[in-house]
Ligand binder design. Structure first.
Ligand code: FBP
Length: 552
């Protein structure tokens, strides 16, 4: 296999651990914190997690290691979408496990949670691990989106653990995967299996965070990658002065990625889904807002600009989510076959018109035909519209174009509008982890092993104080149940980790809000450039603007 010079150089990078984990395994002890409560619905969560609820938060500190000597056989899985740094979580876990006892074993279950169910695994050794140090991607063992949530599945996992003598499972995943980690931990405790479960907070979307988890890993690298590209596009726009670029950025639901990218690059427009929902903005209002910026800039002779559109935006537009719900209903069960059998788009359009309410039909009629068709073509396995596949960057640019045509007819706009479209998602999920993510992830993995060694179950590996240099980071653990509440999912009340949306009262949004009017009409672009891995710390160890503002 040919290895790039950068990858070769990154193999040599030594990730930084929090100061308290730097003295060697024999010098790490536990400091007990307070007992915990779930963020809401305490009685219900307590009843559902009788064995794992209410445990103490803990931090590690320098002191004699008092954990019981025990051979550890640990299984690890990667769950859900890729996020830069996942390999380093496994490397940190492996290094701590082997530093404790070279006879300890680490298995990697392949392809995500399904690897555990199918008993498909590899046993890591130095040679295997060394090939993946400080690299992006999840290809070390692969990932998957199978959900581990039923008693039958847990029983299979318990059997697999018994077969291999597994003492602990580490689940590296987002809010859903860590919710399932908590349920699995409770199952193991209730069945006296002796197997522990530890979670690690992963997702580029940045929506697994709270007062304890300052950010999920991968968010830093992914947003730096998107910001580099948006900055390059801004510079091109400002050089050519003839295009408006509509850039959709990933983030299935929350708009953290869009907001962070905007804070780094100062585009003319950035939509924030949470604000759209809070203000109940209609498609027409959003369109008007963007068109105002286009027109104001055109009046200065600037027929160019950059607009960032978060992937999850359409679900936040109230009239659009009603429309989607109606379409799901319209095509439920066999009705989808009747629809698909119709010979032409005109026939299909008539079917839609007859099935939607007047209000939703009015919204539907506003959409460009390509988007109308997407709403009926792209379905998930349950038959629902796949909202994340809707090309919202094209939706908004088309609607802005129509709006500007009307302004032109009314004599209030006399510019040129030529739009280009981009979708930034997969480009960022497997980038070489930034120094921040390389350090953070390695620390999460190393710390996860310390939690295992000290016998904790149903805990999330927690590393905090992240806006400070790594030496000052604080390592410890938090019961996953602390982050849970009850939510309605698929018609049932379920205990889940609360998803963190962009807070409209939070400092990152407030900063953006205070500046965006100026950014909309002037040209205030910032060009962040590529992630730097070697060089001065103020360039290479930068955290996100979101984290810096939140902790300011
Ligand atoms: P996770 O929440 O599993 O980390 O994944 C997030 C994400 O990258 C979203 O931003 C995006 O909408 C989705 O995954 C894409 O999923 P897929 O990889 O299945 O196309």
């Amino acid at each position: 296999m040919k290895i790039s010079p950068l990858q070769l150089a990154r193999y040599q990078y030594n990730p930084k651990l929090p100061g308290m984990l730097r003295n060697g395994i024999s010098e790490i002890c536990v400091k007990n914190g307070n007992p915990t409560e779930s963020v809401a619905d305490q009685e219900k969560i307590k009843a559902l997690f009788p064995n794992t609820y209410g445990k103490n938060e803990i931090t590690f500190q320098k002191g004699a290691n008092t954990s019981k000597a025990k051979k550890q056989v640990v299984g690890v899985i990667l769950s859900g979408g890729q996020a830069p740094g996942g390999h380093n979580v496994i490397c940190g876990l492996y290094d701590a496990l082997k530093a404790t006892d070279k006879d300890n074993v680490l298995y990697g279950f392949k392809g995500g949670p399904s690897g555990l169910l199918e008993d498909s695994y590899v046993e890591f050794d130095d040679e295997y691990i060394n090939r993946y140090r400080n690299t992006g991607g999840f290809d070390i063992i692969g990932s998957g989106r199978t959900k581990l949530e039923t008693e039958e599945q847990f029983a299979v996992v318990a059997e697999v653990c018994k077969k291999h003598g597994i003492t602990a499972i580490v689940i590296i995943g987002g809010d859903d995967s860590n919710t399932n980690a908590a349920v699995l931990a409770e199952y193991f405790a209730a069945h006296n299996t002796g197997v522990q479960v530890i979670g690690c907070p992963k997702t580029i979307d940045g929506d697994l965070k709270n007062e304890d988890i300052e950010c999920s890993f991968g968010f830093d690298t992914a947003t730096k990658t998107y910001s580099e590209i948006v900055g390059n596009i801004e510079r091109d726009a400002n050089s050519a002065k003839k295009y408006w670029h509509f850039v959709k950025v990933m983030g299935r639901s929350a708009s953290h990625v869009a907001l962070e990218t905007a804070l780094q690059t100062q585009p003319n427009i950035c939509l924030i889904g949470e604000e759209v929902a809070a203000k109940k903005m209609s498609l027409a209002q959003i369109t008007e807002y963007i068109a105002d910026s286009v027109a104001a800039r055109a009046a200065k002779g600037w027929n160019f600009g950059v607009a960032i559109i978060p992937e999850g935006i359409v679900e936040f537009v109230p009239e659009f989510s009603v429309l989607i719900a109606e379409i799901n209903e319209l095509l439920a069960g066999k009705k989808a076959d009747d629809f698909n059998a119709l010979p032409s788009w005109n026939d299909k359009y008539a079917f839609i018109e007859a099935g939607l309410t007047k209000e939703s039909m009015a919204v539907f009629a506003l959409l460009p035909q390509s988007i109308q068709q997407q709403l009926f073509l792209e379905r998930d396995p349950h038959g629902n519209v796949q909202v994340s596949l809707i090309e919202s960057e094209k939706l908004f640019s088309e609607m802005v174009k129509n709006n500007l045509a009307a302004r032109k007819a009314a004599g209030t706009y006399n510019g040129k509008f030529s739009a280009l479209h981009h979708f930034l998602g997969y480009e960022g999920r497997c980038a070489f982890p930034s120094n921040f993510d390389a350090d953070y992830c390695y620390s999460l993995g190393y710390n996860a092993f310390m939690l295992i060694q000290y016998g904790f179950n149903g805990y999330l590996s927690k590393v905090s104080n992240l806006s400070k240099p790594a030496q000052e980071w604080v390592a410890g653990g938090m019961p996953i149940t602390k982050m849970m509440n009850i939510e309605r999912r698929h018609g049932h009340d379920k205990p889940v980790i609360r998803k963190a949306l962009v807070e409209l009262e939070g400092k990152p949004f407030k900063y953006f809000e205070a500046n965006r009017e100026k950014w909309a009409v002037e040209t205030c672009y910032v060009y962040p450039g590529a992630i730097q891995y070697f060089g001065p710390s103020e360039v290479c160890d930068l955290t996100t603007r979101t984290l810096a503002l939140e902790k300011a």
